[in-house]
Design a protein around this ligand. Structure first.
Ligand SMILES: Cc1cc2nc3c(=O)[nH]c(=O)nc-3n(C[C@H](O)[C@H](O)[C@H](O)COP(=O)(O)OP(=O)(O)OC[C@H]3O[C@@H](n4cnc5c(N)ncnc54)[C@H](O)[C@@H]3O)c2cc1C
Length: 359
């Protein structure tokens, strides 16, 4: 069996790549070691953050602008909503922090952003208690699992073959080896998330990230029309308004313990739950004594500089990896870039920061 292009890994990056490649009329196979809908990869959940703000890193803000155009294009094409704009509020205790950098950069690039002092903040978002707030108007919730499903559905409709429960054991020249089966390819795209370095030598570290879902007593105060995405990124905490589950989802963006994704017990610790509660006591008091209704562990695949790895490894193999806990919002753009690299070896987008040779 030979395919023009084989994509290994059907998380959001592989799924988006399959969707963009499906427009070229090539013979394409997308395969995954699990079912597309699984609980183990990094792309499946009710929600992911979309935001324009990236501190003073204009490169990623500009990338987010490009990506939002593609999210909207995908929404038009499918007739479904994946991006729910509700704003992202960065809170802080002092003026010397990440939130203020975001404010200055978004202002400079002429994107809508508000700087709120303690009084304004209390008036606009009474749920929060902080000295300072910065509201990125483009912040929004991405409906993560539906996105992956829809990319795959569309790709399938356009003729891409989907093979589930198909684990690639090794890659050699023009062949991927599965248990009892070999598949030949002209081009290969590897989007294996936290498992990438089990197949290809890439400098990524896997860290354990914990998520907790708290059910507020007054749910109506935490819906997207009243309560934005929030982050205190100097301390790492961030969270979501209610979306897909009657709970506020909270996590910490600071990289957790280094693990092997196949060996970790995937349990959320009591200490982590307590750290969320103590964050709430200070900054979102109404959430401090609420019930935990769900917990989840998910893994980041971190590069040393937190920039992605998007590159050709050789004439046949293309890689998309190391998304360092902030890749989801760029998924359509990354899918498009990986499909460009598979089709023509080049892309119109600037991927100089994502090349392998920087390591
Ligand atoms: C807790 C958490 C919160 C995050 N929050 C945000 C956020 O709010 N905003 C944001 O922009 N980004 C966020 N991210 C980052 C984003 O979710 C990830 O960067 C993105 O989902 C990675 O997608 P992926 O397709 O590369 O990997 P994955 O989703 O892990 O998919 C890789 C797939 O490859 C398959 N695979 C692996 N090895 C093999 C093999 N040998 N054979 C066959 N298949 C294989 C796996 O089964 C898997 O399905 C977050 C990540 C985590 C973990």
């Amino acid at each position: 069996m030979e395919y023009d292009i084989v994509i290994v890994g059907a998380g959001v990056m592989g799924a988006a790549t399959a969707f963009y490649l499906s427009k070229y009329g090539k013979k394409i196979l997308l395969l995954d070691q699990f079912r597309v809908k699984n609980t183990l990869n990094s792309s499946q959940d009710y929600s992911r953050v979309f935001r324009y703000e990236y501190g003073d890193d204009e490169f990623y803000t500009n990338l987010a602008v490009e990506s939002l155009k593609l999210w909207k294009e995908f929404e038009r094409e499918t007739g479904r909503q994946f991006y729910f704009q509700c704003g992202e509020l960065l809170i802080a205790e002092s003026k010397e922090n990440y939130a203020l950098k975001c404010y200055k950069t978004l202002k400079k690039l002429d994107h809508p952003v508000d700087l709120l002092d303690e009084k304004d903040l209390k008036k606009r978002f009474p749920q929060f208690s902080a000295k300072l707030g910065v509201l990125d108007h483009h912040g929004g919730v991405l409906e993560a699992s539906s996105v992956v499903e829809s990319f795959v559905e569309r790709a399938k409709k356009n003729g891409v073959l989907i093979l589930e429960n198909a684990k690639v054991i090794r890659i050699e020249n023009d062949t991927v080896f599965l248990d009892g089966k070999n598949i030949k390819f002209k081009k290969l795209v590897v989007t294996c998330g936290v498992w990438t370095s089990k197949l290809i030598d890439v400098p990524i570290t896997i860290t354990k990230q914990q998520l907790v879902y708290f059910k507020p007593k007054n749910i109506q105060n935490f819906t997207k029309d009243k309560f934005p995405l929030f982050g205190y990124l100097d301390k790492g905490f961030y969270g979501f308004p209610i979306h897909g589950i009657d709970a506020v989802k909270v996590s910490n963006h600071l990289p957790g313990k280094v693990v092997d994704p196949d060996e970790d017990d995937r349990k959320v610790s009591e200490d982590f739950i307590e750290s969320c509660k103590s964050f709430f006591r200070k900054f979102i008091p109404d959430l401090a004594d609420t019930e935990v209704v769900k917990t989840k562990v998910c893994f980041y695949s971190m590069t040393s500089d937190e920039d992605f790895i998007i590159d050709k490894l050789n004439d046949r193999v293309i890689i998309g990896a190391g998304f360092s806990g902030h890749g989801f919002k760029f998924a359509p753009l990354i899918g498009k870039i990986l499909s460009d690299l598979a089709i023509s070896g080049e892309t119109q987008y600037d991927i100089s920061r994502f090349r392998m040779n920087r390591f």
